[in-house]
Design a protein around this ligand. Structure first.
Ligand SMILES: [Mg+2]
Length: 271
């Protein structure tokens, strides 16, 4: 959205609020946009109270399950279904599962994501690896890097949950993300020679799946996020509108709430 319009005299976020009013689907980023460290902001609850029926949470997170986010929202007072949470880590595993249950797969990620992989019938192995799935693994090690690199050099495919090198943490911290681990692998192998799929934003897959879940086409949807390179660039690439927000910036989720009726009436009287 063109924020310069606001400087020309429109009410703040008027264009963005109009775009949300017309959207059939609203894709909402999670980390840094609606929450920090899986703690939703108070304004996220207000936002979902207004728009929740048309929202799909679309996140590059690769360590959480949809139920984790639904539970965090429930604790904060919002009733939001886990079925409308799309997470890059889970989607990476679901994509791997589509390769078939015989494919020998190394998952580099937290143990509960490995449990999710087993539940999805992935054949988890440590040797003779045909497929590597890379998630954010806080126990990433030289041994894991070595195992992945040898497998890829011998022809294994690679599925990466997201390309993000960091995401925002509590108190301004920077949390190393899956993309940083991907960079370590990329330092060792020639990616041109490897079959690599990157699942998370800005790739089109999550945007398109989110739209399908609400029977919308990308041009009927709006993506709201805090990352210009993933949320905004990815939305534009599939022909979707987008709104860049960030806590503490000139535009936050709170600014996207429709004005109170009294404000609208006053504006109408002035016109
Ligand atoms: Mg974000």
């Amino acid at each position: 959205m063109d924020r310069t319009v606001s400087a020309a005299g429109f009410a703040p976020a008027e264009l963005e609020i109009a775009a949300l009013a017309n959207a059939k689907a609203i894709l909402l980023d999670w980390d840094g946009c609606a929450s920090i460290a899986n703690q939703p902001f108070a304004m996220t609850i207000e936002f979902l109270d207004v728009y929740g029926d048309r929202v799909v949470i679309v996140s590059n997170n690769s360590t959480l399950l949809p139920t984790d986010i639904a539970e965090a929202l429930a604790k904060a007072g919002a009733n939001f279904p886990a079925e409308r949470v799309l997470l890059a880590g889970c989607e990476a595993i679901i994509t791997a599962a589509e390769s078939g249950r015989d494919v020998r797969t190394l998952v580099i990620g937290p143990s509960r994501m490995k449990a999710f992989a087993k539940k999805n019938n992935l054949n988890l192995v440590q040797k003779d690896i045909e497929l590597v799935v890379l998630l954010r693994d806080t126990r990433f090690s030289y041994a894991k890097l070595d195992r992945a690199v040898q497998a890829l050099r011998q022809g294994a495919r690679l599925i990466v949950a997201n390309p993000d090198k960091t995401h925002p943490g509590l108190n301004g911290a920077l949390v190393p993300e899956t993309g940083a681990l991907f960079a370590a692998i990329a330092a060792c192998v020639d990616l041109e020679t490897i079959d690599v799929a990157v699942i998370g934003k800005p790739s089109a897959g999550l945007f398109e799946k989110a739209c399908r879940s609400l029977n919308a086409t990308p041009d009927q949807a709006v993506m709201i996020g805090d990352n210009p390179l993933t949320d905004i660039a990815g939305a534009r690439a599939v022909g979707m509108g987008s709104i860049l927000v960030a806590p503490g910036s000139s535009l936050t989720l709170k600014d996207l709430l429709p004005p109170p009726a009294s404000w609208a009436q006053r504006t109408a009287q002035r016109v």
